[in-house]
Design a binder for this molecule. Structure first.
Ligand SMILES: [Zn+2]
Ligand SMILES: [Zn+2]
Length: 133
């Protein structure tokens, strides 16, 4: 996990064992909610409160180290910042997966039609995953 320690340091985010643990979980699960993070790291950090997990998440959000994924009808999930991508979400098991889609045309069309300037896109497709079908 040295790469994350370096990254935290270069972004002036204080390196703490809790933060390393949170980042490790995001790396392992890809997309994870604060509640799930808390449930999983509680055993290793018995004095840690849910509020502290939120504080750590907010600090890392501010530094653009992680990204919030707001999902209608579900808890927000958090992931490490990487290349822009879209998401597939299973309505049955709630699993979230990354998918690389060509969104350039879509965004260009949206700009043309709406006359908006577009700051970010967040494309989510909901359905039933192969395991649940
Ligand atoms: Zn599923
Ligand atoms: Zn993702």
């Amino acid at each position: 996990m040295n790469k994350y320690i370096d990254f935290l340091k270069t972004n002036n985010i204080k390196v703490t064992p809790q933060r390393i643990a949170i980042i490790e979980l995001m790396d392992q699960y890809g997309h994870i909610s604060v509640r799930d993070i808390f449930a999983k790291i509680k055993a290793n950090f018995p004095t840690l409160s849910l509020a502290t997990v939120y504080k750590n998440i907010n600090a890392m959000l501010e530094s653009n180290f992680i990204k919030e994924l707001k999902i209608v009808g579900h808890d927000s999930k958090y992931e490490l910042v990487k290349e822009d991508h879209s998401h597939m979400i299973c309505n049955e098991c709630g699993k979230v997966e990354d998918i690389d889609l060509e969104t350039k045309t879509l965004i260009t069309d949206a700009k043309k039609i709406s006359n908006y300037s577009i700051d970010e896109s967040n494309i989510q497709l909901f359905g039933i995953c192969p395991e649940c079908r």
